[in-house]
Write a protein that binds this ligand. Structure first.
Ligand SMILES: NC(=O)c1ccc[n+]([C@@H]2O[C@H](COP(=O)([O-])OP(=O)(O)OC[C@H]3O[C@@H](n4cnc5c(N)ncnc54)[C@H](OP(=O)(O)O)[C@@H]3O)[C@@H](O)[C@H]2O)c1
Length: 295
């Protein structure tokens, strides 16, 4: 039995992809979800068992772990990842299981990163390590394509503008489904990965001028990129968090801090489509393909 967390996600949506692919491969899947609704019904329709629980409350995680041999652990870019990791580790001990745990992580999971969410993600992984869990941590070294509609969809729609503080330099990108596919590979074929903590690369490097140009071509109307300061973009995203449910003030602080680092230093790891293709065992999706498919 494989336990999947975060399968009701609406941002990268990696968990739902993991469930779909594991079911296609014939595995028994249990989903830990906070509430029931259309998303859990869709997962049940795929043949997954749904149990209710919250990663910040150990008591619901313990029964979800019964008979589980592997876990996909993901948490949104939001506050609470350290208690979530601590509760998960304590639940594994209490349930007397020893599942191999694949953790969805990100490049900024570093002890001295300017983003507090990046430092917290690193600390959460330290907690899991101290607990002696069998881990494979995927510090995906690329931004999800899905960030573009989440963070810029409204301004593109209303003003034909992308505003952020990534500057003029390149950013490494990956599709959320390909990040999910990395997790599937890590669960089913961990030998493809080079260690308990690894940094899978993105498929391509694109500046936000490139992103705007692709949107212009694919949407058939002009989209421009306007660089703004870190504080200006953070304020815009905090405002957006009232209307776009996948955006929250913690994410606003995180992504603006990450963007400021990328603007100064470039991407921590360049894109490597060949390495990504090898890891996921298929052709990765480009940003242009993502836009076409989303339309
Ligand atoms: N965005 C990027 O550019 C990027 C790049 C690289 C790596 N990553 C990594 O990707 C991860 C996020 O993955 P994602 O985009 O697939 O997530 P997502 O779509 O935002 O989904 C988050 C999921 O976590 C669930 N969740 C939230 N709080 C929970 C709790 N307390 N207990 C149990 N479940 C909870 C949500 O459930 P509800 O439906 O109940 O809210 C949802 O199913 C992050 O760790 C980030 O580091 C992101």
């Amino acid at each position: 039995m494989i336990l999947v967390t975060g399968a009701t996600g609406r941002h990268g949506g990696t968990g739902a992809h993991v469930v779909r692919r594991l079911r296609e491969e014939g595995h028994d899947v249990r989903v830990l979800a906070r509430t029931r609704g259309e998303r859990t019904e869709a997962l049940e329709a795929l043949g997954a068992e749904v149990v209710l629980g919250d990663l910040r409350d150990r008591r619901g995680i313990v029964p979800a772990l019964a008979g589980v041999g592997q876990v996909y652990l993901t948490y949104p870019i939001d506050a609470g990842v350290v208690p979530a990791a601590a509760n998960y580790a304590a639940a594994v001990r209490e349930a007397e299981v020893s599942p191999r745990t694949v953790v969805m992580s990100m490049g900024p999971a570093q002890p001295h990163h300017p983003s507090a969410r990046g430092r917290d993600q690193w600390l959460a992984e330290e907690v899991l390590r101290w607990a002696g869990l069998d881990l494979l941590v995927l510090r995906v070294a690329a931004a999800f394509h899905e960030n573009v509609p989440a963070l810029h969809g409204r301004s593109v729609e209303e003003e034909g503008v992308i505003r952020n503080c990534f500057g003029d330099g390149p950013v490494a990108w990956i599709n959320g489904r390909d990040a999910g596919e990395l997790a599937v590979a890590a669960l089913l074929d961990p030998g493809r990965f080079d260690g308990p903590i690894c940094s899978p690369p993105g498929v391509e490097e694109l500046t936000h001028h490139d992103i705007a140009a692709i949107l212009t071509e694919e949407l058939g109307r002009p989209v421009e990129f306007t660089p703004v300061s870190e504080e200006e973009w953070r304020r815009e995203l905090v405002g957006l968090s009232d209307v776009v449910d996948v955006v929250n003030p913690e994410m606003a602080a995180h992504i603006t801090a990450v963007a400021a680092v990328v603007a100064r230093n470039g991407p921590a790891r360049g894109a490597d489509p060949v390495a990504l293709r090898r890891l996921i065992g298929r052709e990765p999706t480009t940003f242009r393909e993502f836009v076409r498919a989303s339309r």
